[in-house]
Ligand binder design. Sequence first.
Ligand code: SF4
Ligand code: SF4
Length: 268
Amino acid sequence: MVISSRRCTPPALTQAIASLINREVAGADTLTAYRQPLLGFARADDERFEYLRREVEAAHVLPVDLLPGARAVLSFFLPFERWIVEANAAYPETVAREWAVAYVETNALIGRITAGLIAMLAERGIRAAAEPATHNFDPESLVSRWSHKSVAVIAGLGAFGLHHMVITDAGCAGRFGSVVIDAALPELEPSPLESKVRCLYFHDGSCRVCVARCPVGALDSALDGDSHIDKRRCYRRLLAVAEEYRSLGLVDVCGKCAVGPCAFGPAV
Ligand code: SF4
Ligand code: SF4
């Protein structure tokens, strides 16, 4: 592990991380607009990473696999502005161009943020590593080697809803990025454990909007309360949308399940 006398004091480090994210988002030359980004931290040796690999996704790597000597993981969420969500909610079948553009632009923005964070941290003698914002999954098994959503939950940013999205304080309509670092300063103590239920279905069974909105029934089996998603059914739908928006690049996106009552904040 590289230790440098140029390391920041703890408050300055978190502030520097948050400032860089905010600066990149504010200065992003995108059609997409964002609400206030969220930032959370987890310990790299949090036992939930091991649980994730053991019980949920055997192919999921640990923070130390991404970065030997990893001490902490930071997770951030870039929530889309309301009009983007409303555009995608407006028509039941068609994915709004605004949503498709937001997917492409935000993936690129997350790439710029993580590259900027890695460079900024390197100047402070801190090593860091990151996985891309998307397409880090096996196309056959559809299992991610690094789930930004699961990392966000471990970092205290929110909780899974019935739709298998993470509902943060800013809702679920947006995208996540994460960075593994080899610093474990007091300020990077893990965010508090998230125990609050944020999904109305899990709270009292009163909402099934995401299930009803899914055009291919990929969430139908979620009604066993297990937050289950039929990944193959969902992915076929995403590839069909990608075909439609081929001119924008690889836009395998849909998000019809992410525009309901938990789009902008916890539904409970
Ligand atoms: S739309 Fe309703 S049921 Fe689906 S995740 Fe959000 S709150 Fe839960
Ligand atoms: S992204 Fe689209 S296809 Fe996949 S579960 Fe959500 S609504 Fe269904």
